[in-house]
Design a binder for this molecule. Structure first.
Ligand code: CTP
Length: 400
């Protein structure tokens, strides 16, 4: 089989050096990559680097190799075009259909999915001109990855950083795997909770669970690759930040509830993949609890935590909002799942069987997705991202 053809567009920003790593990841994972830098990108990283790393010729202008008409051919034959970094100028040109160099020509001739990873100073990103250009590009079907927040060139920090190349690669991989031009969650805001809550007993101890957050992160990544604006409410996770996803970090169930309710206010869908503690210690000891010689420990008194899934299902923040829960069961998986779906009042419930070695922390999952409409969608044992895609397929169907 032919290798998938990827065009890596690079525009003129300091983050151009990070595109070298993206290029490596693309070539090492079996993609045929043609790098198309802009003339100003070559001020940051030279053509020799792009050519050596890609194993392909590099040109910036439509006048190079004119007999081959590359300005038309490169875009037409591509399976994916990714531009990283995309400067404010590049976004403006792409939004307005300008075609004054090879990269902008390629963007106009491409009929494949397009991923744009902007990087610029915060002021430029926030400028209404840029925001309108981004909205235009998204409306037309491009996946525009939200920039990350952090250190920018020089001493300033803010939104505008190019996300980690490994995470941009993940977006590209998912977009390529779906192979569709129209991202079906474009214009949607989705909220995903991930990880496991920790309920503190004292400053050094907590009641926790073994959720790694991997399923929730897979849901966030796949939704972003399908064009959604994603808020990821992450409880005690230690995973790489997915590109283009807004992350809210929380510790306890009460904090998770607050973050989910806030984000859900304007969300089209909420997926509760987090393992939320049902109980918390009735009292928090401000100082470390000490053992006392010759005395038995005090019994631990627990109180109920709010059931967030049941609450957001009962009081939907928006009409038509789709709510998805997860159920981890050890016995009578389907029967318990049906009862739980009815009790929680959500639209979909992903039921999986758990145990010592199953699901928690692993890369794979097996599940059945139960629908409030009586539907039953089995998802065979496989990567957590395959389950995530099925969840979004079912959500997208319900969003209509
Ligand atoms: N959940 C929640 N708030 C809680 C507990 C759970 O929102 N306080 C959500 C989880 O995020 C998950 C779903 O509810 O999506 C199922 O959680 P689970 O713990 O399996 O169900 P429980 O209601 O705790 O039922 P049981 O303990 O009886 O299995």
């Amino acid at each position: 089989m032919d290798k998938p053809k990827v065009v890596l567009g690079v525009s003129g920003g300091i983050a151009a050096y990070k595109a070298c790593e993206l290029l490596r990841r693309l070539t090492e994972s079996g993609h045929d990559v043609r790098v198309v830098p802009t003339a100003s990108a070559l001020h940051f990283v030279g053509a020799a680097t792009w050519s050596a790393l890609s194993g392909n010729p590099v040109s910036t202008e439509v006048w190079d190799d004119v007999h081959e008409v590359p300005h038309v051919r490169i875009g037409q034959h591509a399976d994916l075009v990714v531009v990283a970094p995309a400067t404010a100028d590049m976004l403006a040109k792409a939004a307005h259909g300008l075609a004054d160099d090879l990269l902008t020509n390629t963007l106009l001739t491409a009929r494949c999915p397009v991923v744009l990873a902007p990087a610029m100073h915060t002021e430029m990103w926030e400028h209404p001109a840029t925001q309108e250009n981004v909205a235009t590009l998204r409306r037309r079907g491009a996946v525009v990855i939200e920039p990350a927040v952090g250190r920018l060139t020089g001493v300033d920090t803010g939104k505008g950083r190019l996300p980690d190349p490994a995470e941009i690669f993940e977006v590209c991989r998912r977009v390529l795997a779906r192979g569709v031009r129209e991202p079906d969650l474009a214009g949607r805001h989705v909220v995903v909770s991930a990880g496991g809550t920790r309920e503190p007993l004292d400053p050094v101890r907590f009641l926790g669970n073994r959720s790694s957050g991997k399923q929730g992160y897979a849901l966030a990544r796949t939704a972003a690759a399908r064009g959604a604006r994603v808020t990821l409410v992450a409880a005690n996770t230690h995973l790489a930040d997915p590109a283009g996803v807004d992350i809210v970090r929380v510790g306890t169930a009460v904090q998770l509830r607050e973050a989910v309710l806030k984000a859900a206010a304007d969300a089209d869908a909420v997926v509760m993949a987090a393992a939320v503690a049902d109980f918390r210690p009735a009292e928090y000891a401000a100082g470390k609890i000490k053992k006392k010689d010759g005395q038995e420990p005090e019994p631990l008194v627990l109180v109920r935590n709010p059931d967030i899934l049941a609450e957001i299902s009962a009081e939907r923040a928006r009409a038509g909002q789709v709510i998805v829960g997860f159920a981890a069961e050890t016995d009578d998986v389907l029967a318990n799942g049906r009862t739980k779906l009815a009790r929680k009042g959500c639209d979909l419930l992903v039921v999986n069987e758990v145990g010592e070695r199953r699901t928690f922390g692993s890369e794979e999952n097996e599940a059945v997705v139960l629908g409030a409409d009586g539907s039953e969608t089995p998802v065979p044992y496989g990567p957590k991202e395959a389950l995530a895609e099925t969840v979004w397929d079912l959500v997208a169907e319900r969003l209509g």
